[in-house]
Structures are given as C-alpha cells and as structure tokens.
Design a protein around this ligand. Structure first.
Ligand code: FES
Ligand SMILES: [Fe+2]
Length: 394
C-alpha cells in the first residue's frame, strides 16, 4: 500500500471543511518520508512549482543541475538567452548528463559514451554508434533522442515548471497575481526588477521542516508579536490583513512597511507604485512553493526546495528597482534590507522546526485554526487537501 493510500481520506476531507470545523492536514503528510514523491506526483507536479531563478544563470550557455523532489533536472540558458528545463539524463543509457553548474562552451557531452547535445537539448553527436569510426546509424533519428524537456516559464525571476505538462498556461495561472499587483508594480515593474551582481542579495536557509510548514508560517501574521518582536514594534499584528484569492494564492499584507533608509539615502521606488500606498507591502505564496514579497523599493522571491519530508532549503533572492538601485551608492540600503530579512526569516526557523517535531506526536494530527487569524493557513491546507483528494479519484 502506498504512503498516500495509508492516509484515511476523511482526514483530508476534514481540512476542506469551513475553518471553524476544519482540522489541519494529517501528520503523515509531514512525517512520512515516502510522502514526498507522492506529493510531487499528485500536487506539485500537476501545477506550476518553482525550481530556481533565471538570474542564477548569468550568461548564455550557462547550465545549472538541480534536484526536484528526487528528480534530477537541469536548467539551461541557451545561446539566444532562452531558459529551459530538462530531465538531466542522457537518452542513451540514462547517465546523469550535467554534474556541475557553470558555463558550457560548445556542446553538452555525456561523460559515459560522449553523446553530445546542444543547449536547446537536441542530440547532435553519437560517436561510434554504428561501430568504430561510424558516427551515424541508418534508422537512428537523432531528433527523436534529444534531452527530455519539461514545460517551464520564467516570471519574477523564478523558474517555474509544470512536471506533468497538463496545467493551464502559465500566463493564465499567474494572471490573478498580476492583476492584484497592478496598483503597485503597474505594467513596467516586472521589467525593472534587478538583482545585485555576484552573490549579493541572496541567502539560503537549511531548515529541518517539511516544505508546507514554511508556507503555513509565511502566510500568517498571528505569530508576529512573539516571534518577531522587533518587526512587531513597527508593523504590528493589527497593521496586517489577510490575502486569499483565485484558489491558488494566499498570504498577508502590511500597511506600515518602512522604506529602507541609510544615512539619508533611499532606494529608488517603482514608478507606478501608487503614492498613497507607499508604506504597503504584500507577501503571498504562489501555491505550492513560491513565496513572494513586494514593497515600493524592493521585492523578493523565495523558492522552497523540498529535500526530504523533514528538510527544506529556502532560497531567497532580493530584487531592486532599476539599474541605478544596484549601483554602489545604494550598497548601504541594500545591506540593511538584506539584514532585516535575514533577521525576520531567521526568527521563523525555530517555530517551523518545532512544528515539524510536533508532527510525530500521536497527540496531534493537524490541529485547529483561529477562524480570525489563521485563514490563509487554512486556505493552503484546504487547497492541498483538495488536490490530494482529486488525485485519489482520478
Ligand atoms: S549514457 Fe550518455 S552517452 Fe552513453
Ligand atoms: Fe514569521
């Protein structure tokens, strides 16, 4: 019996009830090591999931091998600057093709029998396939044996994939977020986001918790007074509001974000950001695993990488507004911005890890929700449960 089939469906149905009656997702979804592959194939793989950042591939010809919930994949930027994602496996005997991140000059060469591929994944060379010195074989069509591509899209610098290829078009999927953020980012905001050169403006947290706990914690502001005492002095729990829309997105917003200021210098802001809303910030999860934040003077994206059921890498990338914002005169402001997020996200580690430890307890199997302060968390649980239930009857 598969890990998924061991879960009583009634425990998933409970998560879809109205918040007052609902209980959270059951423990096996957090503490059963076999559930990760089930979630990949039943939940994350059926929609658009984040796997990396376009800005991490800094030049044409750059490749980056990654692991997506146990699957070896590779992100590649071709010579025309197009980002694609492939299964990182040779079409010949299944060898892992690319082991190291970096620029490739010429073609991709399999380390086993030296079959070669170009940066669009096409098979180009099959040395000695027809015997020593015979590099072509009648009846063997190279075009049928290229690298296997996965449907992908780049938005907000995040590389998204749809593993099963059946989800709605990405533009349609993300349209509600674009519409919601029109008063902030306008039409030009996405094209203005800039990352610092090199390794600036980024961090990765290695957290001993299931990926869903990172989402749940990101979506709610209930914990603010106790876990983020410094932040709570400026941006209090009552300054926050919930965000839940289009069945795929949930999070929170604040009315009192403080623009970064260092020694009288302020970062450039988005030109279309509504003047009366300068101090607003919004933080939403694009279900399942991409956490976004927008403020007038910077944005960020976090891709949650589920490594095991109990371990998640949280990859954060900050982005600033326009070319001048990443110049040296704003270094102080950018350092302040990164430092403040490091503090906030660092403060969250203890609670998500604590919840993971709690998930082995027979005294807990999903818990209950505040009908006033836990709505986004419940929204995410309900979304996940519905997806799993749909996969059970499919
Ligand atoms: S497995 Fe790649 S060339 Fe043989
Ligand atoms: Fe937090």
């Amino acid at each position: 019996m598969s890990a998924f089939n061991r879960i009583p469906l009634s425990t998933l149905e409970s998560a879809t009830l109205p918040i007052e009656e609902a209980s959270g997702l059951p423990n096996p979804l957090y503490n059963d090591p076999e559930m990760l592959a089930e979630e990949r194939d039943r939940v994350l793989g059926k929609t658009w999931s984040g796997v990396g950042f376009a800005g991490d591939l800094p030049q044409p010809g750059y490749v980056k091998p990654i692991s997506f919930m146990g699957l070896p994949l590779v992100i590649m930027r071709d010579t025309a600057d197009v980002i694609r994602v492939f299964h990182n496996v040779c079409s010949h005997r299944g060898m892992i093709l690319i082991n190291d991140e970096g620029p490739i000059t010429g073609s991709i060469r399999c380390p086993y029998h030296s079959w070669t591929y170009d940066l669009t994944g096409e098979l180009k060379g099959t040395p000695h396939i027809g015997g020593v010195g015979v590099h072509k074989l009648d009846g063997f069509a190279c075009e049928k044996h290229g690298m296997k591509e996965i449907r992908s899209a780049v938005w907000f610098d995040v590389v998204f994939i749809n593993l099963d290829g059946q989800a709605d078009a990405f533009a349609q999927f993300i349209a509600p977020v674009v519409a919601r953020w029109q008063p902030y980012l306008g039409d030009t905001g996405y094209g203005r986001m800039r990352r610092e050169a090199g390794n600036g403006g980024q961090m990765t947290l290695d957290v001993a918790c299931n990926w869903k706990l990172a989402v749940e914690n990101y979506c709610e502001s209930y914990h603010l007074p106790w876990i983020h005492p410094n932040l709570n002095r400026i941006s209090r729990i009552q300054d926050h509001y919930h965000i839940m829309f289009a069945n795929e997105f949930a999070g929170q917003g604040t009315m009192v974000y403080n623009l970064a200021e260092t020694a009288g210098t302020r970062l450039p802001v988005f030109p279309e950001w509504n003047e009366e809303r300068m101090k607003e910030g919004e933080y939403i999860t694009v279900f399942p695993n991409v956490l976004l934040g927008i403020q007038a003077d910077h944005t960020f994206a976090i891709v949650l990488e589920p490594v095991t059921n109990g371990r998640t890498l949280e990859h954060l990338r900050l982005m600033y507004v326009g070319d001048t914002a990443i110049e040296p005169q704003y270094q102080g402001c950018r350092d302040t911005t990164l430092a403040s997020w490091k503090e906030v996200f660092g403060e969250d580690v203890g609670v998500v890890e604590g919840m993971q430890q709690g998930r082995v307890s027979p005294g807990f199997n999903g818990g209950s929700f505040s009908p006033v302060l836990d709505n986004p968390t419940h929204y995410f649980h309900s979304w996940t449960a519905k997806r799993l239930l749909a996969s059970a009857t499919a």
